[in-house]
Ligand binder design. Structure first.
Ligand SMILES: Nc1ncnc2c1ncn2[C@@H]1O[C@H](COP(=O)(O)OP(=O)(O)OP(=O)(O)O)[C@@H](O)[C@H]1O
Ligand SMILES: [Mg+2]
Length: 254
């Protein structure tokens, strides 16, 4: 199967740090790929490269088998790629509904819409639906997200990405700030989204979480992919071995 999204030989340095060093990555439709690796391995940089948030020194990105230039976040959005960034990237002064619809506001019907009036009721209804689907704990849809807890903000970012993605969704440590119940809900939501044919890329330091939901696991170390495993038949030892470099397996295990 042609991957929906594939990276070949991506490189990007920041000064003397090679954040990406000839890194490869690929994800197919209807699968969950976990992207794992130690702190600083290059995972978030990879996400930024594939969502139009990073200029590359070299390398190629293919979407549906065709080379694409992701030079701006809107390039990724247009292809149906959504991201929950590790630092969340919400607008703190706006409420959850406004964050959910930022840049995609629903216009009021008829002439009012033509004059720039928004259909706030409809947007609130859809936002409420998305948060409920996620089993979230976002209580107010009308107070600024800057006043909300870290976990509530994370739920808003996740609900937004899931609602808009139609091909690929990147979740960069989505459960890091979440409670037990909310984590469970997010893992279930990941499976539901995957089952609709969307590709899900999960970045997580939680190995039990990764082993529960991932169809494949790609390991990064020092800016490159060093191993690919099938989710079902991988052991914790293999994953840790690949992350730390005790086990060099790229090309053999995938
Ligand atoms: N904008 C930047 N300027 C300078 N250095 C950067 C920048 N972005 C990333 N780096 C460096 O690139 C390397 C990879 O960072 P990255 O954020 O991709 O790691 P990560 O795998 O996501 O780690 P973590 O698990 O801690 O989130 C790090 O050494 C980081 O300091
Ligand atoms: Mg990161």
């Amino acid at each position: 199967m042609t991957p929906i999204l594939e990276a070949r030989g991506l490189s990007r340095s920041f000064g003397s740090v090679r954040a990406l060093d000839e890194a490869d990555f690929d994800v197919e439709e209807g699968e969950v790929v976990a992207l794992i690796g130690d702190n600083g391995a290059g995972k978030s940089t990879m996400v930024k490269a594939m969502s139009g948030n990073l200029a590359l020194d070299s390398g190629t990105v293919l979407f549906d088998g065709r080379q694409v230039a992701l030079t701006h976040p809107s390039d990724a959005t247009r292809l149906g790629i959504e991201v929950v960034y590790q630092d969340l990237a919400l607008a703190p002064h706006l409420d959850p509904t406004q964050n959910m619809f930022l840049g995609r506001e629903i216009a009021a019907p008829g002439l009012l819409g033509w004059f720039g009036f928004m259909n706030n009721k409809e947007m609130r209804r859809k936002a409420r639906q998305s948060f409920n689907d996620l089993g979230g704990t976002v209580r107010s849809l009308t107070s600024p997200v800057g006043n909300m807890s870290g976990g509530q903000r994370q739920q808003i970012a996740i609900a937004r990405a899931i609602a808009w993605a139609n091909r690929v969704v990147f979740l960069d440590e989505p459960t890091a700030a979440l409670g037990v119940v909310q984590t469970r809900n997010v893992l279930e939501a990941i499976k539901r989204v995957r089952d609709t044919g969307i590709a899900v890329v999960l970045i997580s330091h939680s190995m039990p979480e990764v082993m529960e939901v991932a169809d494949r696991i790609q390991v990064m170390r020092l800016g490159r992919r060093v191993a690919t495993f099938k989710g079902a038949d991988t052991t914790m030892e293999q994953l840790v071995g690949a992350m730390t470099g005790a086990l060099e397996t790229e090309g053999q295990s995938s």
